[in-house]
Write a protein that binds this ligand. Structure first.
Ligand SMILES: Cc1ncc(CO)c(N)n1
Length: 213
């Protein structure tokens, strides 16, 4: 079994619980309330801030120009398509400016951002790749569901930024890149596995927080 398949197996049952989450089901069938979607997007915009910083570290720490350019291309996509989705959805949901720029963070958002920034500050390319891979692969998994898309742009758009052919190829490439660049030593691999499992736990908790009282 490849290294990334071992990582994903180690992240069960949380991985499947996140992919099959009530949030995903309600997003696809359009039943997700505006209050819950806004609550999620406000927190996720702060996650995205730390995520973009981590992508910048991938550009900085990649060992060769070929890999660096792939991460750089992804940074560009993030800065355009994904950011446009957020600003359009915030406008449609009438989210106040303060909640877009400096909201009160949920505990899980603080924990997730701390993990992203720790990986960034490690300047370890395998650690950076591992955290990027969880976030992108897990989102590709739920967004690739063979279900009709909801009509409202606020719902549909969040699925569409994660199910394009470009996004699918980016996740394939991240998997191959980590398989190629993972260290050989058992202890270093075990550390990456702990990181992958912890990031998956936070992905599940991030969806759960949308439904917390
Ligand atoms: C919490 C979270 N995980 C992954 C993604 C995908 O980048 C996202 N937008 N938010």
């Amino acid at each position: 079994m490849s290294f990334v398949d071992q990582l994903r197996q180690a992240a069960e049952p949380d991985w499947t619980a996140a992919v099959d989450h009530r949030f995903v089901a309600e997003l696809f069938d359009g039943r997700l309330s505006d209050a819950r979607l806004a609550r999620y997007l406000i927190q996720d915009y702060q996650f995205c801030d730390a995520f973009v910083a981590l992508l910048g570290q991938a550009v900085a720490s990649a060992p060769d120009l070929g890999s660096r350019l792939i991460h750089a291309g992804q940074l560009g996509a993030f800065a355009s398509d994904e950011n446009t989705y957020f600003t359009d959805a915030f406008d449609a949901l009438r989210v106040p400016i303060a909640d877009r720029t400096s909201p009160q963070l949920e505990p899980v958002t603080e924990q997730f951002n701390a993990l992203l920034l720790k990986a960034r500050d490690s300047r370890s390319y395998p650690q950076v790749l591992t955290v990027l891979l969880v976030a992108e692969w897990l989102y590709r998994d739920w967004a690739a569901a063979d279900r009709p898309l909801p009509a409202r742009p606020e719902h549909r758009g969040w699925i569409e930024v994660h199910n394009t052919p470009d996004f699918t190829r980016w996740v394939d490439w991240l998997q191959q890149e980590l398989n190629r660049k993972a260290p050989a030593e058992a202890e270093a691999r075990a550390e990456l596995m702990r990181l992958f499992v912890e990031a998956t736990r936070l992905e599940l908790a991030f969806f759960d927080a949308v439904y917390a009282d």
